[in-house]
Design a binder for this molecule. Structure first.
Ligand code: CUA
Length: 159
């Protein structure tokens, strides 16, 4: 079969691009442990009020000094609100929903996860810039979805 020289170049360019893209995913997944934030931990969405963690969702400091923020999303708010965390320290978010699927996005950062009823979405971020951030829901969740806005305050730590 005769394939034009230029066509041959573009065919191999397309194959090369595929290899680069898939390779990037495989490399970052294996090397930097980059993976989707949802992890396989379940929680009963109907019993959140009785849950030790989600009954009164809050910012907690673990004995080793790490920060854990438990967040419950519901139509149409985030709890706790505002969320107050220190700057330049790893903050682990553990997010769930008591009703429908919501989003949890700290605008202007890469903190972004789905809040899925029945599951805990967990990820860890370090906020470098102190200030006030908007937390937005980025999954359509009902008639007042656009009103589902919270606040995250990143405090400069005094040492
Ligand atoms: Cu919650 Cu949109």
């Amino acid at each position: 079969m005769n394939v034009e020289f230029y066509e041959r170049i573009w065919m191999w360019a397309a194959v090369g691009l595929l290899v680069i893209f898939v390779g990037t995913i495989v490399l970052t997944a294996a090397n930097d442990a980059v993976r989707p934030p949802s992890h396989i931990e379940t929680v009963d969405p109907a019993a959140l009020a009785d849950s030790p963690e989600y009954g009164n969702p809050a910012v907690a400091v673990r004995p080793d000094g790490s920060i854990v923020v438990s967040v419950v999303t519901q139509m149409y708010s985030f709890s706790p609100d505002p969320i107050v965390v220190p700057a330049n320290r790893p903050v682990t978010f553990r997010i769930t929903s008591s009703d429908v699927m919501h989003g949890f996005e700290v605008v202007g950062t890469n903190a972004n996860a789905m809040a899925i009823p029945g599951y805990v979405s967990q990820f860890t971020v370090t906020f470098k810039r102190p200030g006030e951030y908007i937390v937005g829901c980025n999954e359509y969740c009902g008639i007042l979805h656009h009103n589902m806005v919270g606040k995250l305050i990143v405090r400069e730590e005094s040492r």
